[in-house]
Design a protein around this ligand. Sequence first.
Ligand code: GDP
Length: 184
Amino acid sequence: MSFPNPATSVKLVLLGEAAVGKSSLVLRFVSNDFQENKEPTIGAAFLTQKCTIGSKVIKYEIWDTAGQERFASLAPMYYRNAQAAIVVYDVTKPASFIRARHWVKELHEQASKDITIALVGNKYDLVEQDSPEDEENNMRKVSVEEGQNLADEEGILFFESSAKSGYNVNDIFIGIGSKIPESK
Ligand code: GDP
């Protein structure tokens, strides 16, 4: 008789500027749903979701933090004992990419040494139709290369995603889960 593997609990925190789509990514992952005009998160929200990766079952304990700068000083409370972090920016908003770079550096300085981090450029659906000949009117303001280079420099995972279409959302959580060691 075989027993299912016990779930490994993984505390995961989402960080990033307000309105980049952190809550929407969680909603897509947990409920496979999307809301066009989401109310902003105040403080932090907590949700759990199980995810099976091969023979491994991961129970994500997700802390979705508010992006407003006035909450930034509270972030260490959430990432201090997190095993995983998703740092989100909006591919149409350069300032959100600069903020993401700061979050990654802060995590590397202050979070646990073995934290698994994924950098995520969200709202991919808005740039899907961009044309290579029409730089001026393209919505994309952060290139795939810029995202990938930052991730390579920092030795972290990188994805572009869309909470709206669902593109790559599960892959973020599977990618992180694959790097987390199994529970004994
Ligand atoms: P948060 O403040 O980072 O948690 O961002 P929210 O999840 O509240 O999303 C902010 C706004 O962006 C909302 O109006 C969402 O509907 C919208 N949004 C989130 N993700 C996407 C996406 O992938 N594509 C598009 N087009 N809009 C998105």
